[in-house]
Design a protein around this ligand. Structure first.
Ligand code: ADP
Ligand code: MG
Length: 258
């Protein structure tokens, strides 16, 4: 099992303005009619920590992320960033940024424009500052040369890099990634996840990284939270989860030795 512990090249750029805040998920539940998408989920993510949310399709991963982003309200429980409850706080007023599974780039805008739009409208940066931040972030991701290109003229990997750049450029203190690399080929996934983890570490951002891929969760997460049927089965370091699975489900899903 490979664990990523080394930051990507480059100095840490953690500042008081970017350092992550803790996420406190406290007894969260969410029902859609008769469907319990989440049931009494409690977990805390430390500042700067990366927690991988792992579970099969339908286990509630996206619902949990969407609640953190403010795109969905819970039916019970609380969500706090730092000590501050986020319930009822509009998405654009939360210090979060989300990377979606399917890029969600604006097709009529270039890479640079996709980033600057998010910075100007999402974060209220003046134009010159937004452009400077956008260029710096594209360079950090090694895609400075894509600045003037539109998504249709990019590969899938390039598009996803731009989408990740757009989230990181905001310097939000909480980054939510929902299966950010599904649809990319295996080698690209490995390369990109090493870079994402390196950048999150440099920025000191608190992150929830959703995946249904066990190996990816183990490689990316400081800790891994395993969901099944909307319930948190276990949260622990990759070694703890692998060596001491708390439930049969976890053992079977992770493929731990019996
Ligand atoms: P995952 O991301 O792990 O695949 P989801 O959070 O998308 O899981 O979904 C969890 C459960 O909640 C599933 O049964 C799904 O069908 C249901 N669900 C999610 N969003 C909605 C919605 N807007 N309306 C109805 N059911 C939903
Ligand atoms: Mg999902």
């Amino acid at each position: 099992m490979t664990r990523i512990t080394e930051p990507a090249d480059g100095p840490a750029v953690v500042t008081a303005a970017t350092a992550g805040v803790p996420i406190e998920i406290d007894g969260l539940g969410r029902s859609f009619g008769p469907v319990h998408a989440l049931r009494d989920v409690t977990l805390t993510v430390a500042p700067g920590e990366i927690v991988a949310l792992l579970g099969p399709s339908g286990s509630g991963k996206s619902t949990l992320l969407r609640i953190c982003a403010g795109l969905e309200e819970p039916t019970s429980g609380d969500l706090r960033f730092g000590a501050v409850s986020q319930l009822g706080v509009a998405p654009h007023r939360r210090d979060v940024s989300m990377v979606f599974q399917h890029f969600a780039l604006y097709p009529h805008l270039t890479a640079l424009e996709n980033l600057t739009l998010a910075l100007r409208h999402g974060r209220g940066l003046p134009k010159a500052a937004a452009v400077a931040r956008a260029r710096e972030t594209l360079d950090m991701l090694g895609i400075g040369e894509l600045a003037a290109r539109r998504p249709a003229k990019m590969s899938g990997g390039q598009r996803q890099r731009v989408a990740i750049g757009r989230a990181l450029a905001t310097r939000a203190r909480v980054i939510l990634l929902d299966e950010p690399m599904s649809g990319l080929d295996a080698q690209l996934r490995v390369d990109l996840r090493v870079e994402i983890v390196g950048l999150l570490r440099r920025l000191g951002t608190t992150a929830l990284f959703v995946t249904h891929d066990q190996a990816e969760a183990m490689a990316v997460g400081d800790r891994v939270a395993v969901l099944s049927g909307g319930r948190l089965q276990q949260i622990g370091t990759p070694d703890e989860i692998y060596d001491r699975p708390a439930t049969r489900f976890v053992a079977a899903f992770i493929g731990s030795p019996p």
